[in-house]
Design a protein. Structure first.
Length: 334
């Protein structure tokens, strides 16, 4: 029996934990997933293996007491997730095995004790064979995050691909992940099933950046007209954005980071103010809800850069979100 665990830092849902639960169940292994909140400890006691998934340094730090509790009870503790894949330091005293790659072959270890998943950076070449995520714990309000345009909506998550077509932003963990774009070829079937089964108001496309720029991905949407929320880049080609709108895009988020073209260039963002305003114009014209993401504390930021950001923040519309720039390199160990 294995319990996959995660700290609900932003949303009380984990794509990786729900997917790994589904993979284990498909192989006849008793599995479940549970956020690190009241009730987790009582549930953890009944499991032999406890897996912890981390996205950032913050949720890793917050999970430490739970890891110590599991170890104290003699549980076999496994750790992984985006934070582990980027090469971040995780205290060896807190776990038995660490997965620095993709964990879809976890069943080999649970069934036979094969530790190859922990010895290598496992990579899932073909993601078509992965089962649908276990959504038994999903209510539909996990992804609101305070956004007014999402309040009251029933939202169901789905991931159609892996990888980011840009992957160069210096502040983003994607730079440490496999570069190849891997696309599911069951998108039409999967989304039709989710829509008919759960009857959501919105599908939440969970990947960092859906490969809307690839014909292979767009071809699978030709017969789909399902409302969804997605991340985009602010330099998205108008024809690609219009394609997404035609096929159901109702809300989106995109990175602005700063109102200064020159400062944004230091982040390898590859987006200009002209790109941003062009995209915002299309979104407004089509009544698409959107959230522009800004960052504070960017190295080299001048008073003029801050003023440019304030002006853009106040005029860009939508529901802007501000986060703090973080130096990811300081978390990486050799």
């Amino acid at each position: 029996m294995i319990l996959f665990s995660y700290f609900p830092l932003y949303v009380p849902y984990s794509h990786s934990c729900s997917l790994l639960t589904a993979i284990c169940k498909k192989e006849g292994i008793e599995a479940d997933y549970e956020p690190l909140w009241p009730g987790w400890f009582e549930k953890m006691i009944d499991h032999d293996f406890v897996g912890f998934s981390f996205i950032t340094h913050d949720d890793y730090e917050l999970a430490k007491p739970y890891m110590r509790a599991a170890k104290k009870l003699g549980k076999i503790v496994l750790v992984g997730g985006v934070y582990a894949r980027m090469g971040a330091y995780i205290d060896p005293a807190l776990y038995d095995h660490i997965c620095r790659g993709e964990a879809e072959t976890i069943t080999d270890y649970l069934k036979t004790g094969d530790t190859a998943i922990f010895d290598n950076s496992c990579y899932q070449e073909n993601i078509d064979g992965l089962p649908m995520n276990d959504l038994s714990r999903v209510v539909g309000n996990e992804f609101h995050r305070g956004y007014k345009f999402l309040q009251g909506l029933k939202i169901i998550p789905y991931q159609s691909s892996r990888g980011c077509g840009w992957g160069k932003c210096t502040f983003c963990m994607v730079q440490f992940q496999p570069k190849k774009i891997r696309i599911k070829h069951t998108i039409e079937r999967d989304l039709t099933y989710l829509y008919e089964t759960y009857k959501p108001d919105l599908i939440y496309m969970m990947e960092e950046l859906p490969p809307y720029y690839m014909k292979e991905w767009r071809d699978q949407w030709e017969n789909l007209y399902i409302p969804f929320k997605s991340y985009i880049r602010a330099d998205i080609k108008p024809e690609h954005l219009e394609f997404m709108i035609e096929h159901g895009l109702k809300a989106c988020g995109f990175g602005v980071e700063t109102g200064s073209d020159s400062l944004r260039a230091t982040l390898n963002k590859g987006v200009t103010n002209e790109d941003i305003w062009r995209t915002v114009g299309i979104l407004k014209k089509n009544n698409i809800a959107y959230s522009p993401f800004f960052m504070g504390g960017i190295p080299g930021e001048t008073a003029q850069d801050r003023e440019d950001s304030v002006v853009m923040y106040n005029t860009i519309g939508g529901e802007p979100m501000v986060s703090k720039w973080s130096d990811l390199s300081r978390y990486i160990c050799s």
